[in-house]
Design a protein around this ligand. Structure first.
Ligand code: HEC
Length: 162
């Protein structure tokens, strides 16, 4: 019960964060199309946060390996539209580090609690902070001992502008 409450708080925190984007750069894109891509991003981000919280709630010591494989499979399948970035602790997957200037800057801002959004060509890229709850440390053993809601990394979304 207690853990469930914590999970809901974390989902709401992430939802609230994406509702107040700190910095959006829009050049040469039609505003209505960008607004549509922003709505898609919000829906996608809420779904991903809910999925991560669900898998976290349903992980026990004996299912860490199997459930971790599920996290990896989803990420691999969705890699054109969704990714995860490590914060201050070394990542489980060494590939989950910034790959370009946008990700580098957006991750820095995410670690201060801010969401960043940019239009690049016909894509809307968004990086949102990810908050710690205790059970994350079942798989991410190096998160152990962090306070509730500490920012441990970021999720990135890459959505086509219609
Ligand atoms: C069932 C195990 C599991 C749980 C629970 C879990 N994760 Fe992960 N997480 C993973 C795996 C596995 C990866 C690497 C996936 C890949 O890229 O192949 C990962 C990747 C990440 C990354 C990117 C950096 C890295 O380590 O590769 C962040 C940030 C992250 N998770 C945050 C969280 C947060 C926050 C929670 C709790 C709300 C959480 N995770 C719960 C398994 C888990």
């Amino acid at each position: 019960m207690r853990l469930q409450k914590r999970a809901i708080t974390a989902v709401l925190a992430s939802t609230a964060i994406i509702a107040s984007v700190a910095w959006t750069q829009i050049r040469g894109a039609v505003p209505q199309d960008v607004a549509s891509a922003q709505q898609t991003t919000t829906a996608l981000a809420n779904m991903v946060v809910a999925a991560v919280m669900n898998i976290t709630e349903n992980t026990k010591p004996e299912t860490v390996v199997a459930n971790s494989e599920a996290v990896t499979l989803i990420l691999a399948h969705c890699q054109d539209h969704y990714g995860l970035l490590a914060g201050t602790k070394p990542p489980l997957n060494p590939k989950n580090v910034p790959h370009d200037a946008f990700e580098t800057k957006a991750l820095q801002l995410a670690l201060t609690g801010q969401t960043t959004q940019v239009v690049q060509g016909n894509r809307l890229r968004t990086v949102v902070p990810l908050n710690f709850v205790q059970k994350c440390a079942l798989c991410h053993t190096n998160f152990a001992g962090l306070p509730l809601n500490a920012i441990v990394g970021a999720a990135e979304f890459n959505v086509p502008i219609p």
